[in-house]
Design a protein around this ligand. Structure first.
Ligand code: BGC
Length: 256
Protein backbone atom coordinates (compact mmCIF):
# COMPACT_ATOMS: atom_id res chain seq x y z
CA UNK A 1 0.00 0.00 0.00
CA UNK A 2 1.42 3.41 -0.87
CA UNK A 3 1.15 6.38 1.42
CA UNK A 4 -1.42 7.94 -0.88
CA UNK A 5 -3.89 5.10 -0.39
CA UNK A 6 -3.15 4.36 3.27
CA UNK A 7 -6.11 5.18 5.47
CA UNK A 8 -5.93 8.53 7.20
CA UNK A 9 -5.48 8.26 10.94
CA UNK A 10 -8.11 10.37 12.62
CA UNK A 11 -9.09 11.35 16.11
CA UNK A 12 -11.54 13.76 17.68
CA UNK A 13 -10.63 16.50 20.13
CA UNK A 14 -12.77 18.72 22.33
CA UNK A 15 -11.26 21.82 23.93
CA UNK A 16 -13.13 23.05 27.00
CA UNK A 17 -12.58 26.74 27.64
CA UNK A 18 -14.15 29.37 29.87
CA UNK A 19 -16.36 30.80 27.12
CA UNK A 20 -16.61 28.05 24.50
CA UNK A 21 -16.49 24.29 24.05
CA UNK A 22 -15.14 23.45 20.62
CA UNK A 23 -14.39 20.24 18.84
CA UNK A 24 -13.43 18.78 15.52
CA UNK A 25 -12.06 15.81 13.63
CA UNK A 26 -8.26 15.78 13.41
CA UNK A 27 -6.06 14.24 10.76
CA UNK A 28 -3.28 12.81 12.93
CA UNK A 29 -0.83 12.60 10.05
CA UNK A 30 -0.86 16.34 9.46
CA UNK A 31 -2.31 17.85 12.65
CA UNK A 32 -4.93 19.60 10.54
CA UNK A 33 -8.65 19.68 11.21
CA UNK A 34 -10.76 17.69 8.78
CA UNK A 35 -13.52 20.13 7.94
CA UNK A 36 -14.72 22.84 10.29
CA UNK A 37 -14.67 22.87 14.05
CA UNK A 38 -17.94 23.25 15.92
CA UNK A 39 -18.34 25.45 18.97
CA UNK A 40 -21.02 25.84 21.64
CA UNK A 41 -20.97 28.35 24.51
CA UNK A 42 -19.72 27.00 27.83
CA UNK A 43 -22.78 26.64 30.09
CA UNK A 44 -22.85 28.97 33.09
CA UNK A 45 -22.34 27.89 35.77
CA UNK A 46 -19.91 25.43 34.18
CA UNK A 47 -20.83 22.50 36.41
CA UNK A 48 -19.65 18.99 35.48
CA UNK A 49 -23.08 17.68 34.30
CA UNK A 50 -23.81 20.80 32.21
CA UNK A 51 -20.36 20.80 30.61
CA UNK A 52 -20.51 17.04 29.94
CA UNK A 53 -23.83 17.48 28.10
CA UNK A 54 -22.36 20.27 25.98
CA UNK A 55 -19.28 18.18 25.13
CA UNK A 56 -21.60 15.36 24.04
CA UNK A 57 -23.58 17.79 21.86
CA UNK A 58 -20.35 18.89 20.14
CA UNK A 59 -19.30 15.28 19.51
CA UNK A 60 -22.75 14.25 18.30
CA UNK A 61 -22.78 17.09 15.81
CA UNK A 62 -20.20 15.01 13.89
CA UNK A 63 -21.69 11.58 14.71
CA UNK A 64 -18.21 10.64 15.96
CA UNK A 65 -17.63 7.35 17.78
CA UNK A 66 -13.86 6.83 17.41
CA UNK A 67 -10.98 7.94 19.68
CA UNK A 68 -12.01 10.97 21.71
CA UNK A 69 -9.90 13.33 23.80
CA UNK A 70 -11.19 16.18 25.96
CA UNK A 71 -9.22 18.98 27.60
CA UNK A 72 -9.81 20.37 31.08
CA UNK A 73 -8.15 23.51 32.53
CA UNK A 74 -6.70 21.86 35.64
CA UNK A 75 -4.96 18.73 36.91
CA UNK A 76 -6.48 15.44 35.73
CA UNK A 77 -5.12 12.08 36.84
CA UNK A 78 -6.66 8.86 35.46
CA UNK A 79 -9.71 10.85 34.37
CA UNK A 80 -10.29 12.36 37.82
CA UNK A 81 -10.18 16.13 38.22
CA UNK A 82 -7.89 17.26 41.02
CA UNK A 83 -7.84 21.07 40.80
CA UNK A 84 -10.04 23.92 39.61
CA UNK A 85 -8.05 27.16 39.86
CA UNK A 86 -10.11 29.16 37.35
CA UNK A 87 -13.23 27.00 36.87
CA UNK A 88 -16.24 25.81 38.90
CA UNK A 89 -14.95 24.16 42.08
CA UNK A 90 -17.61 21.45 41.72
CA UNK A 91 -15.20 19.74 39.33
CA UNK A 92 -12.75 18.78 42.07
CA UNK A 93 -12.89 15.05 42.78
CA UNK A 94 -15.23 14.24 39.89
CA UNK A 95 -14.39 11.51 37.43
CA UNK A 96 -14.64 13.60 34.28
CA UNK A 97 -13.93 10.61 32.09
CA UNK A 98 -16.94 8.69 33.44
CA UNK A 99 -19.30 11.68 33.50
CA UNK A 100 -18.59 12.59 29.88
CA UNK A 101 -18.56 8.98 28.76
CA UNK A 102 -22.02 8.44 30.31
CA UNK A 103 -23.37 11.19 28.02
CA UNK A 104 -21.93 9.37 25.00
CA UNK A 105 -23.20 5.80 25.46
CA UNK A 106 -20.11 4.70 27.35
CA UNK A 107 -17.68 5.77 24.64
CA UNK A 108 -14.06 5.60 25.76
CA UNK A 109 -12.54 9.00 26.48
CA UNK A 110 -9.22 10.48 27.50
CA UNK A 111 -9.34 13.66 29.58
CA UNK A 112 -6.17 15.71 29.88
CA UNK A 113 -4.96 19.11 30.99
CA UNK A 114 -5.57 21.91 28.44
CA UNK A 115 -1.96 23.10 28.31
CA UNK A 116 -0.70 19.53 28.02
CA UNK A 117 -2.94 19.08 24.97
CA UNK A 118 -1.68 22.30 23.38
CA UNK A 119 1.90 21.28 24.13
CA UNK A 120 1.53 17.90 22.45
CA UNK A 121 0.12 19.52 19.33
CA UNK A 122 2.68 22.33 19.14
CA UNK A 123 5.55 19.95 19.73
CA UNK A 124 4.52 17.59 16.96
CA UNK A 125 2.98 19.86 14.33
CA UNK A 126 3.62 23.46 15.34
CA UNK A 127 6.32 25.68 16.81
CA UNK A 128 8.24 22.76 18.36
CA UNK A 129 8.30 20.58 15.27
CA UNK A 130 11.73 19.01 14.68
CA UNK A 131 12.93 20.33 18.05
CA UNK A 132 14.76 17.81 20.21
CA UNK A 133 15.36 18.01 23.95
CA UNK A 134 13.03 19.68 26.42
CA UNK A 135 10.24 21.90 25.13
CA UNK A 136 8.11 23.88 27.57
CA UNK A 137 4.87 25.33 26.31
CA UNK A 138 3.29 28.00 28.47
CA UNK A 139 -0.22 29.29 27.84
CA UNK A 140 -0.80 32.87 28.95
CA UNK A 141 -4.49 33.50 29.56
CA UNK A 142 -6.67 33.75 32.67
CA UNK A 143 -3.95 31.66 34.32
CA UNK A 144 -0.67 30.18 33.11
CA UNK A 145 -0.75 26.59 31.88
CA UNK A 146 2.34 24.50 31.24
CA UNK A 147 3.35 21.44 29.24
CA UNK A 148 6.76 19.76 29.52
CA UNK A 149 7.69 17.55 26.59
CA UNK A 150 10.98 15.76 26.27
CA UNK A 151 11.74 14.27 22.86
CA UNK A 152 8.03 13.88 22.22
CA UNK A 153 7.14 12.44 25.63
CA UNK A 154 4.81 14.50 27.81
CA UNK A 155 5.29 14.78 31.55
CA UNK A 156 1.65 15.53 32.42
CA UNK A 157 0.14 17.94 34.95
CA UNK A 158 3.21 20.06 35.60
CA UNK A 159 1.31 23.18 36.79
CA UNK A 160 4.23 25.60 36.55
CA UNK A 161 1.70 28.46 36.71
CA UNK A 162 1.31 27.80 40.42
CA UNK A 163 5.02 27.77 41.24
CA UNK A 164 6.10 30.56 43.55
CA UNK A 165 8.29 33.10 41.75
CA UNK A 166 9.80 35.68 44.05
CA UNK A 167 6.97 35.59 46.58
CA UNK A 168 4.06 35.31 44.14
CA UNK A 169 2.46 32.51 42.12
CA UNK A 170 3.70 32.68 38.52
CA UNK A 171 0.18 33.06 37.12
CA UNK A 172 -0.67 35.86 39.53
CA UNK A 173 2.46 37.63 38.35
CA UNK A 174 2.37 37.12 34.59
CA UNK A 175 -0.87 35.63 33.20
CA UNK A 176 -2.25 37.81 30.42
CA UNK A 177 -5.28 38.50 32.65
CA UNK A 178 -2.92 40.32 35.05
CA UNK A 179 -1.91 42.66 32.23
CA UNK A 180 -5.57 43.24 31.32
CA UNK A 181 -6.68 43.85 34.90
CA UNK A 182 -3.85 46.25 35.68
CA UNK A 183 -3.87 48.00 32.32
CA UNK A 184 -0.13 47.36 31.89
CA UNK A 185 1.85 48.06 28.72
CA UNK A 186 3.48 45.09 26.99
CA UNK A 187 6.79 46.44 28.28
CA UNK A 188 5.71 46.33 31.91
CA UNK A 189 4.10 42.91 31.55
CA UNK A 190 7.12 41.46 29.70
CA UNK A 191 9.28 42.20 32.76
CA UNK A 192 7.06 39.94 34.84
CA UNK A 193 7.05 37.26 32.14
CA UNK A 194 10.86 37.44 32.08
CA UNK A 195 11.00 36.83 35.85
CA UNK A 196 8.80 33.78 35.48
CA UNK A 197 10.77 32.38 32.53
CA UNK A 198 14.08 32.86 34.33
CA UNK A 199 12.77 30.96 37.35
CA UNK A 200 11.56 28.12 35.12
CA UNK A 201 14.71 27.93 32.99
CA UNK A 202 16.98 27.92 36.03
CA UNK A 203 15.07 24.96 37.44
CA UNK A 204 14.47 22.96 34.25
CA UNK A 205 16.94 24.04 31.54
CA UNK A 206 14.59 23.72 28.57
CA UNK A 207 15.84 24.01 24.99
CA UNK A 208 12.81 25.99 23.88
CA UNK A 209 9.84 27.85 25.33
CA UNK A 210 6.69 28.05 23.25
CA UNK A 211 4.37 30.91 24.19
CA UNK A 212 0.72 30.03 23.73
CA UNK A 213 -2.66 31.42 24.73
CA UNK A 214 -4.58 34.25 23.05
CA UNK A 215 -1.81 36.79 23.65
CA UNK A 216 0.60 34.72 21.52
CA UNK A 217 -1.18 36.22 18.51
CA UNK A 218 0.45 39.52 19.49
CA UNK A 219 3.82 37.84 20.14
CA UNK A 220 5.73 40.40 18.06
CA UNK A 221 4.73 43.04 20.60
CA UNK A 222 6.23 41.32 23.64
CA UNK A 223 8.41 38.30 22.86
CA UNK A 224 11.26 40.57 21.61
CA UNK A 225 11.15 42.38 24.98
CA UNK A 226 11.90 39.24 27.01
CA UNK A 227 15.30 39.08 28.66
CA UNK A 228 15.62 35.43 29.62
CA UNK A 229 18.23 33.07 28.15
CA UNK A 230 16.19 30.30 26.47
CA UNK A 231 14.70 31.00 23.02
CA UNK A 232 10.98 31.82 23.08
CA UNK A 233 8.78 31.28 20.02
CA UNK A 234 5.08 31.94 19.56
CA UNK A 235 2.70 29.01 19.27
CA UNK A 236 1.83 28.25 15.66
CA UNK A 237 -1.46 26.38 15.85
CA UNK A 238 -3.29 29.10 17.78
CA UNK A 239 -6.86 28.12 18.48
CA UNK A 240 -6.73 24.54 17.20
CA UNK A 241 -3.88 23.32 19.44
CA UNK A 242 -6.18 22.09 22.23
CA UNK A 243 -8.40 20.15 19.85
CA UNK A 244 -5.46 18.61 18.00
CA UNK A 245 -3.60 17.66 21.20
CA UNK A 246 -6.72 16.13 22.72
CA UNK A 247 -7.18 13.99 19.62
CA UNK A 248 -3.51 12.93 19.82
CA UNK A 249 -3.86 11.94 23.47
CA UNK A 250 -6.87 9.78 22.64
CA UNK A 251 -4.81 7.65 20.28
CA UNK A 252 -2.35 5.13 21.56
CA UNK A 253 0.80 6.83 20.28
CA UNK A 254 0.98 9.42 23.04
CA UNK A 255 1.46 8.82 26.76
CA UNK A 256 -1.16 10.29 29.06
C1 BGC B 1 -4.45 25.59 35.85
C2 BGC B 1 -3.79 24.74 34.79
C3 BGC B 1 -4.26 25.19 33.42
C4 BGC B 1 -4.02 26.67 33.24
C5 BGC B 1 -4.54 27.17 31.91
C6 BGC B 1 -4.13 27.05 35.57
O1 BGC B 1 -4.70 27.85 36.55
O2 BGC B 1 -4.00 25.26 37.13
O3 BGC B 1 -4.10 23.40 34.99
O4 BGC B 1 -3.57 24.47 32.45
O5 BGC B 1 -4.62 27.41 34.28
O6 BGC B 1 -5.90 26.93 31.76
Amino acid sequence: MTSSDSPQRRGFGVDVGGSGIKGGIVDLDTGQLVGDRFKLPTPQPATPPAVAKTIAAVVNEFGWSGPLGVTYPGVVTQGVVQTAANVDKAWIGTNARDIISAELNGQEIVVLNDADAAGLAEERYGAGKDQTGLVILLTFGTGIGSALIHNGILLPNTELGHVDVDGKEAEHRAASSVRDNKGWSYQKWAKQVTKVLVAFENALWPDLFIAGGGISRKADKWVPLLENRTPVVAAALQNTAGIVGAAMAATSDVTH
